[in-house]
Design a protein around this ligand. Structure first.
Ligand code: HAM
Length: 407
């Protein structure tokens, strides 16, 4: 049997997984600091949820969903994104008022696989449901920006735009369609197809950039209230010291966006895959799903791309110390290991009754900084504490080991 994972998916293993762990922990920490509780929704949902929510005209729903029938004949799809599920969950739970949820997990899209474009990819995200306040848009943009800085994604640019209210958006779409139809003979075949299904997305086509450069933008046709909201978002970002660049052509690939839309561009990556995150406001999504209007705004970031942008940093293993046992002291060593782990230290050991020399060699191979030898001194509550870099060796009391290990 072929042991490679399915096309477009990856086994994420050590040492690469060290960077993943760091990124996931950072997201956990930042989202918690911003007041987000953890939320978890199923990996698959009724296909209808995504057709209604993400939109039947989007590429994601038309071409990229993993859809299957279960044994009872229901049409289900692996989730291509998380937002529709969170709005469904909010409505299903009968929650009223403002609700904040952060999440992380795999998403599935049948893409043409390449670097940074996977069929199973990993997102972290955050959604605030139940408020129209534009200050919250700015807070969401700030959260993801702080997180990207913390994990060390270099040269991140935050791009923002407003798509206006739903009525502004339909009026804009009509104007754009006329404008594009006047230039249809200069559009590529893909854009001609997109124009008939999802005209806003033609603005995303890199091949047609020169043609669409002068196209009307949504901002020009916004209602005064949507304009005011957009101004508030921008003022707040300035106040919060989050640099941004307005991109009036930013339209996003999912149908549910109204008003604020934004993306995080890692300028060091290839243009086709340099969006490390994106999001926006989706005040019409609840209505699309089940007829109940509920405002919301959120963001999702692609970890696969973030790791690429970080340039695969070589991170040290997290193990702080290796415990080895002198002959006859393996039970005592196990007690020391258990105690240190209980105190919060990250320690490893070798099992299988190997000689002290073999254990020490195995420990040195792991690039660990400290080796603790449990032997004769144990009866007096002492172990040998050796720092590998300096070679310094001291007797330390068992009570003090955790203290010594603290950086
Ligand atoms: P999205 O822009 O489709 O938005 O995806 C967000 C991020 O997921 C992208 O910026 C990218 O980094 C990553 N991503 C998307 N597709 C792939 C792929 N095939 N391979 C690797 N990475 C990928 C959403 O999913 C919305 N749910 C975001 C949102 C949350 N809007 C409001 N709330």
């Amino acid at each position: 049997m072929n042991l490679a994972p399915p096309k477009g998916t990856d086994d994420i293993l050590s040492p690469d997984s060290r960077a993943w762990r760091r990124v996931l922990r950072s997201w956990d920490s930042w989202s918690e600091r911003f007041g987000f509780e953890l939320g978890m929704t199923p990996l698959f949902e009724a296909t209808e949820l995504f057709e209604r929510g993400v939109g039947e005209s989007t590429e994601v729903v038309r071409k990229q969903m993993y859809t299957f029938e279960d044994r009872a004949g229901r049409s289900l799809s692996l989730r291509p994104e998380g937002t529709a599920s969170f709005v469904r969950a909010y409505l299903n739970a009968g929650i009223r008022g403002v609700w904040k949820a952060s999440y992380s997990g795999p998403m599935f899209r049948y893409e043409k696989p390449q670097k940074g474009r996977r069929r199973q990819f990993f997102q972290v995200g955050a959604e605030v449901i139940g408020t129209e306040s534009p200050e919250v848009d700015a807070e969401i943009i700030e959260l993801a920006y702080r997180f990207l800085l913390d994990v060390g994604v270099p040269a991140v640019v935050v791009e923002i735009n407003s798509l206006g209210d739903p009525s502004d958006r339909s009026a804009y779409e009509a104007v754009l369609v006329t404008w594009l139809n006047d230039r249809i003979d200069r559009l590529c075949a893909d854009s001609v197809e997109t124009l008939a299904i999802n005209p806003l997305r033609v603005l995303d086509c890199k091949v047609c950039r020169e043609v669409t450069m002068g196209a009307p933008t949504p901002v020009e046709m916004m209602s005064p209230t949507a304009k005011e909201a957009y101004e508030t978002v921008k003022q707040r970002l300035t106040l919060l010291d989050v640099p941004y660049r307005e991109n009036p052509r930013l339209v996003r690939g999912l149908d549910y966006y109204t008003r604020t839309a934004f993306e995080y561009i890692a300028t060091g990556l290839d243009a086709a895959q340099n969006a490390v995150g994106g999001g926006g406001r989706y005040d019409g999504l609840g209505e699309k799903i089940c007829g109940r209007a509920v405002p919301g705004v959120g963001v999702a970031l692609g970890i696969d791309r973030i790791i690429l942008a970080m340039g695969d940093p070589v991170l040290p293993p997290s193990t702080e110390a290796f415990v080895v046992a002198a002959p006859g002291f393996s039970d005592e060593a196990a007690i020391v290991v258990s105690r240190l782990r209980g105190e919060g230290s990250k320690v490893e050991t070798v099992f299988g009754g190997r000689s002290l020399n073999a254990q020490t060699k195995a420990a040195a191979k792991t690039a660990v900084a400290v080796i603790i030898t449990v032997g004769e001194g144990y009866a007096q509550g002492q172990v040998t504490y050796r720092e590998l870099r300096s070679g310094a060796e001291t007797q330390v009391s068992i009570e003090e080991i955790s203290q010594c290990l603290k950086p």
